[in-house]
Design a protein. Structure first.
Length: 309
């Protein structure tokens, strides 16, 4: 039973870490939308006089965000340690755990540099995108340690049309995230009133972002058409895709609404939260569709969950 506990603990830590990074991403959005990005103008200290400072509302908001970052670091480190404790070793569990740890640590450094450079938009953009990388690693870790992980191999298959379409959907969603950060870096919500912004025309970058979103939705529709009436084994994939399309359409509606209403903070925050949720759903859909079963991996997972009984 010891090995079963090891895999279960790994999965629990992967889920906690992924949820934590998602919450941290939304919290970072709140910092920016409330103009609290320089509430603490130094790093790791809050300012030149105090390590912790909650003397103002902006400082308190930024301080809570930093505290949350430290809290998330605990399950992230435990996940990496847990990855090396699963016996017998299951290939594919260690690298996503290490990926989460490295990307979270790197994001802490990027956040500190962003503060010290007065919230340069490229660094604020990188801060968000690195969080998406951490989430991707976390979803992989959770997926590969699930009770149904025996249905997935550690190799991928690109021969089927659904696999290729899912890969295209994942790529387009990632591009939409990148273009979305460019829109944000050009728009008014910089985290502080007088910091530098990208010098792009906001209408042009918004159109580019919109085009990537429309392309992703079109591929999702084509994937749904391809999967229609398929085998019962694809029912879970169809359900996941239906959820993706719903959230994708909702996200698009929020995006257009915020753009044509002067990007109010509440709608921008909702847009950030939905983008985070959609990325989690994208990674799950990708893993469910692309990875294929192999008897060798099934055997290893069986051993990992029954050894040392």
């Amino acid at each position: 039973m010891a090995a079963l506990r090891d895999v279960t603990r790994y999965r629990q830590l992967a889920i906690v870490t992924t949820v934590g990074v998602c919450l941290l991403t939304v919290a970072g959005g709140i910092v920016r939308l409330t103009g609290s990005g320089l509430g603490c103008d130094d790093w790791p200290n809050c300012n030149s006089e105090r390590f912790v400072d909650v003397s103002s509302g902006h400082a308190a908001i930024e301080q809570v965000n930093r505290l949350l970052s430290g809290v998330i670091g605990v399950p992230t480190l435990l996940l990496a340690i847990s990855a090396f404790r699963v016996r017998p070793r299951v290939i594919g569990l260690r690298w996503p755990a290490i990926g989460v740890l490295v990307s979270v640590l790197a994001n802490g450094v990027v956040g500190g540099v962003a503060v010290r450079t007065d919230l340069h938009p490229a660094l604020v953009q990188s801060h968000f995108l690195l969080a998406m990388v951490s989430i991707a690693f976390g979803v992989v870790a959770a997926h590969r340690s699930s009770s149904s992980a025996g249905q997935s191999s550690r190799t991928t298959s690109w021969r089927s049309r659904p696999s290729r379409l899912t890969a295209a959907l994942t790529s387009l969603t990632a591009i939409a995230l990148v273009t979305g950060t460019v829109v944000t870096g050009t728009g008014p919500h910089a985290g502080e009133q007088d910091v530098r912004r990208f010098s792009f025309d906001i209408s042009n970058v918004a159109r580019i972002h919109s085009a990537t979103v429309i392309a992703a939705l079109a591929v999702a529709g084509l994937l749904a058409w391809t999967l229609r009436g398929g085998a019962d084994s694809a029912a879970a994939v169809r359900a996941a895709l239906s959820g993706w399309i719903f959230v994708g359409l909702l996200q698009s509606a929020v995006g257009y609404t915020q753009y044509f209403n002067g990007v109010p903070e509440l709608l921008v925050g909702t847009h950030i939260a939905l983008a985070t949720v959609l990325w989690v759903m994208t990674m799950r859909l990708f893993l469910m569709t692309v990875e294929t079963p192999t008897p060798e991996y099934n055997t290893k997972m069986m051993l990992a969950t029954t050894a040392r009984v």
